[in-house]
Design a protein around this ligand. Structure first.
Ligand code: ATP
Ligand code: BTN
Length: 317
């Protein structure tokens, strides 16, 4: 099916006969595969009598050799379809694959967000990226790591033409009030000794319609007005991650705190912090040297950290 897609990806018309010859299959087998492309991958294909078949929009697929050329450091596994790049990364750690390494995919059938939520992951439109690191320096190397990843993602987005990309504590990347990227860190092993961390990153790249996403969202293409080559984005994102992770490992989170705060879109805003059924109202003062959120709550300063916390803007902010 993907061989057929490779023939069609130029966005031109191809006759059923030419496709059949190129693939060594009958015209009716071509027809069946085309139907699969539509039903399984959600692609739209124009069928015009006398001209043949054409993808509604040309596609630039993930290209392992193009990526390998641009990525100096990390081996990368590219999947057409995977349940979740984070799940695959965890399986690879279980098989003993040595880190660092990268897993990317054209689509995810069970893309996951924080707290078991679903991450909408259509074929060939966005970036689904998981980087695995081995951590053997104890807790300090994990402190604030998810915020550091947010900074790297924000820089890569700005390089791709999304000037307004900013951060929302703890690790969302937004443009205004619209989500453009999400980050999910998953950890295996003993965080106080040797462990592996999967840095899962989803970036909306060329997506223009997504009825399933139940909150405000945007994409690189919607913001910049241009289609973005995800192979280049993988290289840019990897370069930013490498730089920020090195700085974090060398100096701890405190060396990145000021830069993070400067880019926090909700600095000084009135917010509600949600922790399960509990809600705390306050004003955002900043973060501390470990990346915990500092809020002014009823005249006193309080700090909050933990993976299960969510921030919401208050109406009066
Ligand atoms: P918070 O972390 O503050 O609760 P959030 O509401 O964005 O923020 P997350 O768990 O971080 O929640 O993200 C998962 C949510 O993201 C899903 O519930 C869904 O609304 C949304 N979502 C799913 N896929 C996408 C996507 N491709 N782009 C933007 N948002 C998405
Ligand atoms: C969130 O905002 O809730 C986090 C979303 C993280 C999505 C990415 S896509 C690549 C990686 N694989 C997953 O299943 N999730 C992360």
């Amino acid at each position: 099916m993907l061989t057929l897609l490779n023939l069609l990806k130029d966005g031109r018309f191809h006759s059923g006969q030419a496709l059949g010859v190129a693939l060594g299959i009958s015209r009716s087998a071509v027809w069946k595969q085309l139907q699969h492309l539509e039903s399984e991958l959600g692609l739209s294909i124009h069928k015009v009598r006398g001209r043949g078949y054409q993808l509604a929009a040309p596609l630039v697929l993930l290209d392992p050799s193009k990526m390998a050329e641009m990525l100096s450091e990390w081996p990368v596994a590219v999947f057409d379809t995977i349940d979740s790049t984070n799940a695959e990364a965890l399986r690879a750690i279980g098989r003993g694959q040595s880190a660092p390494f990268l897993v990317v995919a054209e689509r995810q059938t069970s893309g996951r967000g924080r707290r078991g939520r679903k991450w909408v992951s259509p074929f060939a439109e966005n970036l689904y990226y998981s980087l695995v690191l081995r951590i053997d320096g104890g807790m300090r190397q994990l402190e604030g790591l998810s915020l550091v990843v947010g900074l790297a993602v924000m820089r890569a987005l700005r390089k791709s033409g999304v000037d307004g990309a900013g951060l929302k504590w703890p690790n969302d990347v937004l443009v205004g009030d619209k989500k453009i990227a999400g980050i999910l860190l998953e950890l295996v092993g003993d965080p106080a000794d040797v462990c592996h961390v999967v840095l899962g990153i989803g970036i909306n790249v060329n997506m223009q319609v997504a009825e399933e996403v139940d909150q405000k969202w945007t994409s690189i293409r919607l913001e910049s007005g241009r289609a973005c080559d995800r192979n280049v984005l993988v290289a840019d994102l990897s370069e930013q991650l490498q730089t920020y992770i090195e700085r974090h490992q060398a100096g701890g989170f405190s060396v990145l705190k000021a830069e993070w705060e400067e880019n926090h879109l909700w600095h000084g805003r009135s917010v509600s912090l949600i922790a399960g059924v509990n809600q705390i109202d306050g004003v955002v003062l900043g973060i501390d040297n470990q990346g915990a959120l500092r809020l002014a709550v009823g005249g006193a300063e309080k700090t909050f950290s933990g993976g299960e916390l969510s921030l919401r803007l208050r109406d009066d902010s």
